[in-house]
Design a protein around this ligand. Sequence first.
Ligand SMILES: Cc1cc2nc3c(=O)[nH]c(=O)nc-3n(C[C@H](O)[C@H](O)[C@H](O)COP(=O)(O)OP(=O)(O)OC[C@H]3O[C@@H](n4cnc5c(N)ncnc54)[C@H](O)[C@@H]3O)c2cc1C
Ligand code: SF4
Length: 454
Amino acid sequence: MGNPKAFMEIHRQEAGYRPIHDRIHDFGEVEQTLSTRERKQQASRCMDCGVPFCHWACPLGNKAPEWNDALYKGDWDLAYRLLNSTNPFPEFTGRICPALCEKACVLNRFNHEPTTNREDEAAITEMAFQEGFVQLHTDIQRNDKKVAVIGAGPAGLAAANDLNLMGYTVTVFEKNEAAGGLLRYGIPNFKLNKAIIDRRIKLLEQEGIEMKYNSQVSSAEILSQLCSQFAAVVLASGTPTARDLNISGRDLKGVHFALELLSQQNRVLAGMEFGKDERITAKGKDVLVIGGGDTGSDCIGTAHRQGCKSVTQIEIMPKPVEGHEDPQNPWPNWPRTLKTTSSHEEGCTRRWNINTLEFLGKDGKLTGVKVQEIDWKPNPDGGRPIMVEKGEPEILKAELVLLAMGFLKPQHPEYPENVFLCGDAANGASLVVRAMASGKEAAKKVDAFLTSQS
Ligand SMILES: Cc1cc2nc3c(=O)[nH]c(=O)nc-3n(C[C@H](O)[C@H](O)[C@H](O)COP(=O)(O)OP(=O)(O)OC[C@H]3O[C@@H](n4cnc5c(N)ncnc54)[C@H](O)[C@@H]3O)c2cc1C
Ligand code: SF4
C-alpha cells in the first residue's frame, strides 16, 4: 500500500482537458497529463482495500492496488509489468475506458473521490514506452498450429496477442486498410490518437502476428475455407449494423449514420481524400444528433471541429438522474447517471424525451426534422413503459442529421466447432475493455480446444 493516510490528505486530481478555445480547432487528444510528482501522489491514494472492488469491476481484472503501489514508489517498470499482466493494451484503456473500476472504488463510496486508475494506467504505459520497459517477446516457443483471427478490433487483437504468446502462428484478416476496428474508425482522434494504435500493431507484427488488411471474410464459403486451413478461427467482427430510423425523409441528402461521419473524419486525418459529393461535413450547418449516448457525443465533438453552426442532441429516453448516486444501480455497480463529456462541454443543446417523426427537406436535401416531446407512463401490465405524446410536434432546423442510436446485436448461424466468437460480435455493442477481456477468453478456449485435440 502507498501512503496509508494519503486518501485523507490528498484530493483526487484529474489532469483535465485542454481549454475549449484551444482544443476546438484541432483533432489532437483533449486530455492533458499530470506531472510525475502529482501522478505519484494520486497513486498513493489507493488504500489497497481488503476487498478491491476496482479489481472486481474491471472486466480484465486489472490489479490496480498493486500497480498503484509500484507507481507511488516510482517503480514504473514493475507498475507496467503488473498492468500488462492482465491488460494487453493499457494505452487504449488508459485513454478511453469509462473506468468501471473508479466507480467501484471504495473512495467513491466514501467521498466520491475515487483513485485515478485510468489516468494512472495511461501514465504508466507512456512511461514504459518512453523508458523501454515495453519489451518484445523474442522467446516464444512455437507449436505447429495456425489460428486465424477475423477482425482487428480490440477483441481480435487481444485474442491474437494471447494466442501468439502461447505459441500459435496467428494471421489476422481485417476488411479495413488498417487495424483497430472502432478504435481507429469510430473513436475520434481527439479521444485516441491513432499513432498509439500503430505503435502497438508494429510490436504485435514484430512478435510474429501476420496482419492481412483489405481482407474481408465476406461469405460462408470463405469462412469454411479458413476453418479447414487453420486449426481454429476466432471471429471478432464487431457489430456492423447500426440501428436505423426508417421514417419519412430518411433518404434525404444530409441524413447519415454516426459512423459514416466519424470513420470518414478519421480517414481524412489519416490522409485519405474524398470527393466533394462523398464528403460528410458539419461545416456551417445546424446539426442534429439523434441518440444520447457516447457515439452521439463523439459526433458533437467532431461537428464542432468541422465548424458547425449549432449542434443539438436528442434522446427518446428520459434524462438520467444527476449527481454521483444512482438509486437504481447503487455502488459498487456502474451508476447510470447523467454523463457530460468533453464534447458536451464544448457546446450543445441536449434534450430528452424527444421522439423523431419525420425528416423534412427541399430539392432532396435535409432542411429540418419534425420531433415530438413525449413522456413515459408505467405499463399497467408490467411490461415496457408506454410512450405518450406531450404537446404539439415542433420542427428543428437541421442540414445534417447523425443517427447514433446504437448497433444491432449480430445473429450468428451455427459454426463449425473450431470457430470461437468474441467481443461485440458475441455480446453486442459494449466497451473496449470488455472486448479485450472477451478476446482473451476466446484465446483460452481456443487453446483448451486445440490442446484437447493433440
Ligand atoms: C463512435 C464510438 C465510440 C466509442 N467510444 C468508446 C469509448 O470511448 N470507450 C469504450 O470503451 N468503448 C467505446 N466504444 C465501443 C468500442 O469501440 C467497441 O465496444 C469495441 O471496439 C468492440 O471491439 P470489437 O473488437 O469486438 O469490434 P470492432 O472494434 O467493431 O472491430 C471489429 C473489426 O472486425 C472487422 N471486420 C468485420 N467484419 C469482417 C469480415 N467479414 N472480415 C474481416 N474483418 C471484418 C472490422 O472492420 C473491425 O476492424 C465506442 C464505439 C463507437 C461506435
Ligand atoms: S481497464 Fe478500465 S475498468 Fe479496468 S482498470 Fe483500467 S480504467 Fe479501470
